[in-house]
Ligand binder design. Structure first.
Ligand SMILES: [Fe+2]
Length: 209
């Protein structure tokens, strides 16, 4: 039986209602429709892969071919679909808090990695202005440090082993209705509503998501 991801749209809507200041409830409502699309497509691809596995023949170029084939289409688009699920789940999870300086173990890691919260905030805002899609604060167990990664799509920028603990959506659908083209104002507002307890929970979480 193919794994099927749960749609957490309603839980996110309930958690965020009235809790993100100038990033409006309506924006989250519309944004979560896009998230739902990613959940549905991820689950559809997993079902298609399960069906394909029953007849899969690597010698059949219709199934497996680098120019065009069923498994190529499904697997390339799978990374985009599941990226859309995971990125948005982190984004909506870590919003709705009191913002302000980080707390707990994340605060210690921010000091160690950036030299202080203000320097972290500056780097995150600059990275957010430079991105065409996603920005993540990730913990790299190899260096023991945090880093603000920049991605331009749902399925970039993977660094093996890095655990994302904060996701920042810079696509226009995340802010245009509330801030028009003033992305900087959106980034400032985002920082006012980070839920640091949740960021700490993601850092401590031993699971993969
Ligand atoms: Fe988004």
């Amino acid at each position: 039986m193919a794994y099927q991801y749960a749609n957490r749209q309603e839980a996110f809507l309930a958690k965020l209602k009235g809790k993100t200041g100038k990033i409006s409830d309506k924006t989250h409502e519309e944004h979560l429709k896009l998230y739902t699309g990613y959940v549905n497509k991820t689950n559809a691809i997993l079902k298609e892969l399960e069906e394909l596995s029953k007849v899969l023949d690597p010698a059949n170029p219709a199934h497996a071919n680098q120019i065009f084939s069923t498994i190529r289409s499904l697997k390339v688009d799978f990374t985009f679909a599941i990226g859309g699920v995971i990125n948005h789940e982190i984004y909506f999870s870590i919003l709705g808090g009191a913002g302000g300086p980080a707390t707990g173990q994340v605060a210690e890691l921010i000091d160690k990695s950036f030299g202080g919260f203000e320097a972290y905030k500056k780097d995150l805002k600059a990275t957010g202005l430079a991105a065409r899609g996603w920005v993540w604060t990730g913990y790299d167990p190899g260096t023991g440090l945090l880093f603000n990664y920049l991605g331009d799509a749902q399925n970039t920028y993977p660094v093996w082993g890095v655990k994302p603990i904060l996701a920042l959506d810079t696509y226009e659908h995340a802010y245009y209705a509330d801030f028009y083209t003033n992305r900087g104002a959106y980034l400032d507002e985002f920082m006012q509503h980070v839920d640091w307890a949740e960021v700490n929970r993601l850092l401590a979480d031993k699971g993969s998501r």
